[in-house]
Each structure stands twice: as C-alpha cells, then as structure tokens.
Design a protein around this ligand. Structure first.
Ligand code: NAD
Length: 296
C-alpha cells in the first residue's frame, strides 16, 4: 500500500480518491474548497492544510484539476515540484493542453521525478464505479510504476505515447464526444418536435446505426435515464465550461498541426453560446436546451 497525496477533489477527483481509500492506501488530500476535503476525511483520508503539506512523504502524487492554468500554477507557479522528493511518481489526471503537460513533465524530469499525464474518460459514473479509462503519456517505466494505482480507479489503461500524448488522445476523444452530444440533442429534439416520445426514440437509436455513448449511457433528455445529469437538472457531471475548454484545446491542436476540424469548431461555438446563455456550470448534456427552449 502507498502513501498517496491527492489534490483536486471535485466531481471526478473525490470519487477517484475515495476508491483509493477503499483499496487501503493512506491518502492525504487537499482542495481549495473545504467542503470537498471534508467529504474525503469522512471517508478515511487525512486532510492537509496545503498542497505542499499534502505531498510531504508521498510515494505518489495525483492531481485532478480543472485546466492548464491550474496545473501549471500549482506545479510551477507555486513550485510544488520543489517539495516532491524523488523517486515519488507524479500523475496528473486533469485534461489540459499537451504543451502544458510536456512543460510540467520536463520540469519534473529536471528534478529527477517521473511524471505521467493520465487524463480520464468515463465520466463521474465511471469515477464512482472505478471503471475509468486512463489515457497515459509518459515513459513505459513510469507507467509500469503507476499502473497498479490506476487500476484501482479504472478498468482500461492505454499508453498513448510520450509525455503529452495522453492529452492529445483525450482531446480527440472529447472533441468527438462534444459533437456526438450536440448531434444526439439535435436528433432527439427533432423527433420530439415531430411527436415522438424521447425515451422510445432513444431506445430505437440505441439499437440502430446512430447508436452512441450519449444516447445509451448519458442521455441529454430529462427523465429518459434516471441516473443521468439530465434527470437531475443537469447538476454534477461534466460541466459545459469544461467541455468548452476541451473543444478549445482541440481547436489549438488543429491550428498547430494545420488540421481541419470543422465539426469540432461548430460544436465549440454551440457550447460557447450555451455557456454565454448562463449554462456554463451545468452538465454539458444541457446543450439540448439550445434546441428545446422556445424564444420568449
Ligand atoms: P471540478 O471543477 O468539479 O473539480 C476541480 C477541483 O479542483 C475543484 O474542487 C477545485 O476546488 C479544485 N482546485 C482547483 N485549483 C486547485 C488548487 N490549486 N489546489 C487544490 N485544488 C484545486 O472538475 P472535474 O469535473 O472534477 O474535472 C477535473 C478534470 O477532469 C478537468 O480537467 C476535466 O476536464 C476532466 N474530466 C472531467 C470529467 C467529468 O465528467 N466531470 C470527465 C473526464 C475528465
């Protein structure tokens, strides 16, 4: 069993950390929000007063933060890396820009530390169930060291390539997810506008060629799936602003590689409009409201 420092206990980090406590690890946790920390201490983790205190004596440091600026700000700006002692393994599970991941990993290497970018897929449901997919960038050796702990939070662990490669693969996946969620919303709204029951239409699509993760497991229409954020007023889940961030990362990656991503750009604009309308904190499946809200 390891001493693990876990920093960032939001919608994803909290259940991931809980699974590590359940697996028997000694967890020291930190988040800027005290209520998030309390949830974990109730589950058996030890609270640290700061990120620096959390990493003292850790075998493994795991971060699950919103975006590039938080990860760079913590590891480089606040110089957290200076407080991590080799041979501690550092794993960042946040979805951030590949360049930011490479920059932090290079700074870690300069201090003799192994670092993995290990963004996840599977949503909050996967985080709770311990069935996440980890998409990892970094060396084979570092992944071999991190694998046992990743397996206690996830079911599928993929090595995408060197540092930053995990983020590139994750961004491609999430661009597709953003497009699929908007497309699913559009199709369901079309059916309902033409008199169909959204549950019946979803069942049909789930067994037909339009089948996808959004219709089958994360349906955007309220009351079609009891466990989905759509049936909980779009609370929790994966925020619209986080999806907007990921579509922005896809746009940056497209620019730097001179790749064409017209559908990704269209989806980014839809989520931007939705966020500007005041829905940034709602789960991203609330994009369906762009299609269903009648003009006043
Ligand atoms: P969240 O906003 O719910 O949680 C982020 C947490 O980080 C918050 O509790 C915040 O207080 C904390 N935090 C921010 N800066 C900090 C700092 N300097 N020190 C300590 N704590 C700090 O976000 P989330 O939904 O848990 O997502 C986290 C990451 O995972 C994001 O990069 C997101 O894109 C990615 N992701 C999310 C989902 C999902 O379904 N929610 C799925 C896959 C990937």
């Amino acid at each position: 069993m390891s001493n693990i420092a876990f920093i960032g206990l939001g919608n994803m980090g909290a259940p991931m950390a809980q699974n590590l406590v359940k697996a028997g690890h000694a967890l020291t946790v930190f988040d800027l929000v005290p209520a998030a920390v309390r949830m974990l201490t109730d589950a058996g983790a030890r609270a640290a007063a700061s990120a620096t205190e959390a990493v003292a004596g850790a075998d493994i440091v795991i971060t699950m933060l919103p975006a590039s600026r938080h990860v760079e700000g913590l590891y480089l700006g606040e110089d957290l890396l200076a407080h991590v002692q080799p041979p501690t393994l550092v794993i960042d599970c946040s979805t951030i820009a590949p360049d930011a991941a490479r920059k932090v990993a290079a700074a870690a290497r300069a201090r003799g530390l192994d670092m993995l970018d290990a963004p996840v897929s599977g949503g909050t449901g996967g985080a709770v169930a311990g069935t996440l997919t980890f998409i990892v960038g970094g060396s084979e050796d570092a992944l071999a060291r991190g694998r046992p702990v990743l397996e206690q939070m996830g079911k599928n662990i993929f090595h995408a390539g060197p540092s930053g490669a995990g983020q590139v693969a994750k961004i491609c996946n999430n661009m597709l997810l953003g497009i699929l969620m908007a497309g699913t919303s559009e199709a369901l709204a079309l059916g309902v506008a033409n008199g169909l029951d959204p549950k019946v239409l979803s069942d049909i699509i789930a067994k037909s060629s339009g089948r996808n993760w959004a219709t089958e497991l994360y349906n955007p229409w309220p009351e079609v799936m009891a466990h989905a954020p759509a049936s909980k007023d779009y609370a929790g889940g994966f925020g619209t602003d986080l999806m907007l961030k990921d579509l922005g990362l896809a746009a940056e990656a497209a620019l730097s590689a001179r790749a064409a991503t017209p559908l990704g750009e269209l989806a980014r604009n839809l989520y931007a409009l939705h966020s500007q309308g005041g829905s940034g904190a709602l789960d991203f499946s609330s994009i369906v409201r762009l299609y269903t809200q009648k003009p006043r």
